[in-house]
Every structure is written in C-alpha cells, then in structure tokens.
Design a protein around this ligand. Structure first.
Ligand SMILES: *[C@@H]1O[C@H](CO)[C@@H](O)[C@H](O)[C@H]1NC(C)=O
Length: 157
C-alpha cells in the first residue's frame, strides 16, 4: 500500500515537473528567435480604463497560416494568469480576456496592472503582444497603490 502511494506521489511529482518546465519555457519568452511569418497578432490589447464592478475586455486575436490552432495565454505584470482557477476571468474564443467584474478596493486591487497576450503554436514558438495597462477609474477611499499617494483631506479632485 505504501509502495503504491509512493509511486503515485512520484508520478504526481513527475507531472508537476513537466508542467513547471513548460511554464518556464513560456515564461522567459526568449525562445522566439525564428521570424514568425506564419502567425501574428491581428488584434493586440490596448491601454484600457475599467470601472469597478463592471466587466472589461482586453482584446487579442491571432491570425495563423497554419492548421495548428494557437494556444493563447495572458500575462499580468509578467506572470502567467491561471485562468482555470479564476472565476472572474475568462479567455474568449478569439483569445481576448474578459474580466467579468473588476475588483478594486483600498487594499485589494487584483486587476490593475500590465497585461500581455501570449500566443504559442507548438511547432513554431511563441509570440508576445504589446503590453496594455489596465487602470480602474475612480478612486477607492485612499489610493495607496504604491504607498506614496496620499489623498488630501477634504480634497475633491
Ligand atoms: C474589443 O473587442 C470588442 C468586440 O470586437 C469591441 O466591442 C471592443 O470595443 C474592443 N475593445 C477594445 C478596447 O478595443
């Protein structure tokens, strides 16, 4: 029984190592040395202002001359988003990212940041879009995003 458990554990470790090596290959983005003439971004995300509690969409679309469909991922502030575990974010069929309800409070600003669309075709490589900054309109009670903004008392601006 214990042996079986150990085997299962090894197998899971093996799986997760496969995953993480794959992740890092994506993450460096530096393997894209070949010129890509077979797939490219037809739409790239642009700087967008979102409204707290409302949906916002960052657009991305890939065109390809090949039969293999590109896989699209999104990075926020340089880190791949795990969309499978994020109920508020959806990858749309064309590759766009939909945030169904923007969260923005004094101490919790998970959505603001710099986004990039990353497209991969297994045999060809990976392309990374331009960056797009998502900002949330209106201010939470005090904006301490980087610890050095102070809203003036009684300030109406
Ligand atoms: C994103 O695409 C949708 C649907 O094509 C469009 O309505 C929307 O204006 C686009 N948004 C931006 C920021 O380009």
């Amino acid at each position: 029984m214990a042996k079986r458990g150990a085997r299962l554990l090894l197998f899971l470790l093996f799986l997760s190592s496969l995953r993480s090596s794959r992740g890092s290959r994506h993450a460096d983005g530096g393997l894209a040395v070949r010129p890509f003439t077979l797939f490219w971004f037809s739409v790239e995300p642009v700087d967008t202002v979102a409204v707290r509690g409302a949906p916002v969409q960052l657009n991305c679309s890939v065109q390809s001359d090949t039969t293999s469909p590109p896989r699209v991922d999104w990075k926020k502030d340089g880190t791949f988003l795990n969309l499978a575990s994020d109920e508020r974010k959806q990858l749309l069929a064309d590759g766009s990212l939909l945030i169904t309800s923007v969260v923005h409070s004094k101490h919790n600003k998970p959505d603001e940041g710099v986004y990039q669309c990353v497209a991969s075709i297994e045999t060809l490589g990976t392309i990374v879009s331009r960056t797009a900054r998502l900002t949330v309109a209106g201010k939470p009670p005090t904006d301490t995003r980087d610890g050095c903004w102070v809203i003036r008392r009684g300030g109406k601006h």
